[in-house]
Ligand binder design. Sequence first.
Ligand code: NAG
Ligand code: NAG
Ligand code: NAG
Ligand code: NAG
Ligand code: NAG
Ligand code: NAG
Length: 890
Amino acid sequence: MATLTRRVAILVFISLASATIVIRPPAPDVNSCPGYKATYIEETSSGLTAELQLAGTACNIYGRDLATLKLQATYDSKSRIHVKITDTEEKRYQIPEEAFPRPHSEATGSAKSSDITFTYTTFPFGFTITRRSTGEKLFDTTGDTLVFESQYLRLKTSLPTDPNIYGLGEHTDSFRLPNVNHTRTLWSRDSYGIPQKSNLYGNHPIYLDHRESGTHGVLLLNSNGMDIKLKTVNGQSSLEYNVIGGILDLYFFAGPEPVAVAKQYAEVAGLPTMMPYWGLGFHQCRYGYRDWIDLAEVIANHSIAEIPLETMWTDIDYMYNRWVFTLDPERFPLDKVREIIDYLHEHGQHYIAMVDPAIAYQDYPTFNRGKQDGIFLKEADGSIHKGVVWPGVTAFPDWFHPNTSPFWVGEFVEFFSADAGVDIDGVWIDMNEPASFCNYPCNDPEADAIEQKMPPQRLPVRGPPRIIPGFPGTGKPTASVHSAERRVRKRQKGGSIDLISPLYAITNDAPLGLSDRTAHTDIVHYGGLSEYDTHNLYGAMMSYTTYEAMLARRPGLRPLIITRSTFAGAGKRVGKWLGDNMSQWDQYRWSISGMLGFASIYQMPMVGSDVCGFGGNTTETLCARWASLGAFNPFFRNHNGDTSIPQEFYRWPLVASSARKSIDIRYRLLDYIYTAMYHQSIDGTPLLNPLFFKYPKDTNTYSIDAQFIYGNALLVSPVIKENSTSVEVYLPKDTLYDFHTGKKIKGGGMNMTLTNIPFDEIPLHIIGGNILPFRSSSAYTTTELRTRPFTIVIALDECGEASGSLYIDDGVSIQQEAVIDVMMEYKSGKLSIKGKFGFKGEKDGVSVKIEAVKVLGKKRKDGRSGGEEEEEVFEKKVDVELVGNVEIKV
Ligand SMILES: *[C@@H]1O[C@H](CO)[C@@H](O)[C@H](O)[C@H]1NC(C)=O
Ligand SMILES: *[C@@H]1O[C@H](CO)[C@@H](O)[C@H](O)[C@H]1NC(C)=O
Ligand SMILES: *[C@@H]1O[C@H](CO)[C@@H](O)[C@H](O)[C@H]1NC(C)=O
Ligand SMILES: *[C@@H]1O[C@H](CO)[C@@H](O)[C@H](O)[C@H]1NC(C)=O
Ligand SMILES: *[C@@H]1O[C@H](CO)[C@@H](O)[C@H](O)[C@H]1NC(C)=O
Ligand SMILES: CC(=O)N[C@H]1CO[C@H](CO)[C@@H](O)[C@@H]1O
């Protein structure tokens, strides 16, 4: 019954809302719109401005056509053009600077010298971006009219036939996007199961268009809901933006190599934040850890199974009734939680807990303070907007409100106090689309919460069933809800548009429209911003505010924050996990494509999937394979749902073995990937590479997304078929070495079937021409790992040369006093290491010593067969401290 009443209410609401705009013709065709004519064109050395006038009778299909527009095209630099089309007064919504700080436009480029050029036609107005060196049209809107209406923007570019387009995430589709009839919808959504062809948690309106002649990138800086349509009709391919608000704000990146595009995008979106070294360790989590006893058991059981556990996590289970900034006094009493965290810290391990944005609508300190500070999203009548999330009825913080940051910082500092609270090392932010379980219009959230059984029932309180190794004593739970009391601060106050059901309906996968299962789009945030316009920024804004809060707790130290919802540029503050996937083989396989999007295109390199799968039950073989693939995700965490079977790696011998072996490799290579992450954080060079980033001319690589390159030099080729022990892989035309044996692989430029791959191993190849710094042996924690000396592995190319780099710092500080930042080169039998040698390891027991050098593919004279050369793995023991430039003969 309740459902029925809700449905009726929606229908009435929608029809009322629609009636206020225009009467829609049966099959609106935006191609019949009049387009624009360019006038008052003013050219300057760094670009041009013009006025665009509607060139005929308004078509008013999805709103009102704007009569005049302003066009600005700017040669920002040699490799970047900025094209902005707005209303003449610039009154329309544009993404606020705080959500996406714009690059300083020094306009150093010019029409004469830029790598790409902007040209236009005056009537009908259209423009073209052309690569100067080849004369090729990269983006060309001249064939289709521009439509710019109050709630609808249409811009369409023609593309080469069967184009190689990547990006436009977040998605779980193939990395090279389908282009015949494919729609990418950008609208943040709690997307359990992360289905393909649907809008997921976050939004990155950037794409790479890769051609044999060069790669370029296009960013549409717009946070409104949109459908981006990739089509091929009669052999003609195109990309069409259909956006329900904001402006057309486009950045074009010239490339011409894929990596160059990644770096140029980073100049606009921002460079990714550097994570702490320990963040690259192995993380264990699950939803459904019943109590503190479970945590202690899991920590102890990893230790017994000798599976390195760097960080123990807790989902919302620790909270009292799922209220954020509280502890369940019986299942997670403060003294026990502190004891566990102390144990972890004493053993060089870490602890991370979850925080959701939705705050329980209950009489408790956090909610009361938020209400007092006026930080919650409000309805038009001033009442607090209610949703239904894990705690039941909730309120959502308005991240644009000036009081929200002090409020959030205050909650973090108090609740996560090192001295008296839950001393977390990092934080995990979830449900920040923002997700609500309430179906639109959510007229009775209280009833809905009861119907949906929120908060969920918990298992009864219990005592420890046994003495857990490392955790002596059982202790009685403390009684009161731990929630910090804090001083109450003063409260501050801060047309004809359909914010609920715009006429152009994007392909949102939530059934009841834009406002379904999230904050309602007609809500007005602080400063007059509507949820309609800023919905896609909610998770990113929460990320930025949480970064401030974490920094306030531990000033000067790099925050480790993992979020679910993101927007372009969020990587400058946070990392990302790929959301609530399923324990299925296809999800394991598509996790690679998801990871590549974030790491190599969206500039969010701290990324990884829920290893072994989140929803449903994993199997031994799937979990074993996923453990080894997960070891090559920058962010490596095992996590699953509360109704799934337990899947800690130690639960099956095969999985435990896979985890031990792959963590061993990951850890020995931790400084290698840390160095790659550092490079991405200073210039955007991706830490992970799809094959075509390295082999842009090799057309065989363009659609490969079940293999990838970890860092610059390690080709990872997981087995992807269920229960299979073989895999067909592509080996590029290059010098490759088997990771385990160091043997050179012949062939290249073709597929090869690798067979007999045990479930606890993953095929790895080192690409010749690279030098990789290995720690000589692995360890249980990353702190211990850093005490191990280095073995430098030199994988020679066909000329007998190789190069690489190594970056070492204290692992945690934002500002580093002294670092080791060196280039390594091997030529004519000599390894030379040059650069900065400031960091002195001994203070923290960090080894900066090289104890061995290995050369793969070294040729030597073979005495017996008279001058024949043969290849081998050559190892030399050395004793070199990294204190200054050095040359080693090998
Ligand atoms: C394109 O895809 C949509 C959604 O899957 C489908 O409804 C439509 O029929 C397809 N169009 C063509 C021409 O294949
Ligand atoms: C830990 O291992 C012990 C001994 O094998 C087992 O009884 C217990 O159920 C395990 N607990 C967890 C949470 O893994
Ligand atoms: C997972 O396994 C548990 C325990 O065997 C079972 O109760 C549950 O139904 C399974 N879930 C699914 C989705 O198969
Ligand atoms: C794969 O192996 C698992 C056991 O780990 C088994 O449950 C499953 O049925 C197997 N799948 C197939 C397709 O054989
Ligand atoms: C390699 O195999 C895949 C399928 O596994 C196929 O799609 C691809 O075309 C093959 N590439 C080459 C170069 O043969
Ligand atoms: C439950 C669910 O949504 N499962 C999806 C998991 O992802 C695969 C593709 O990776 C989809 O096909 C499933 O529908």
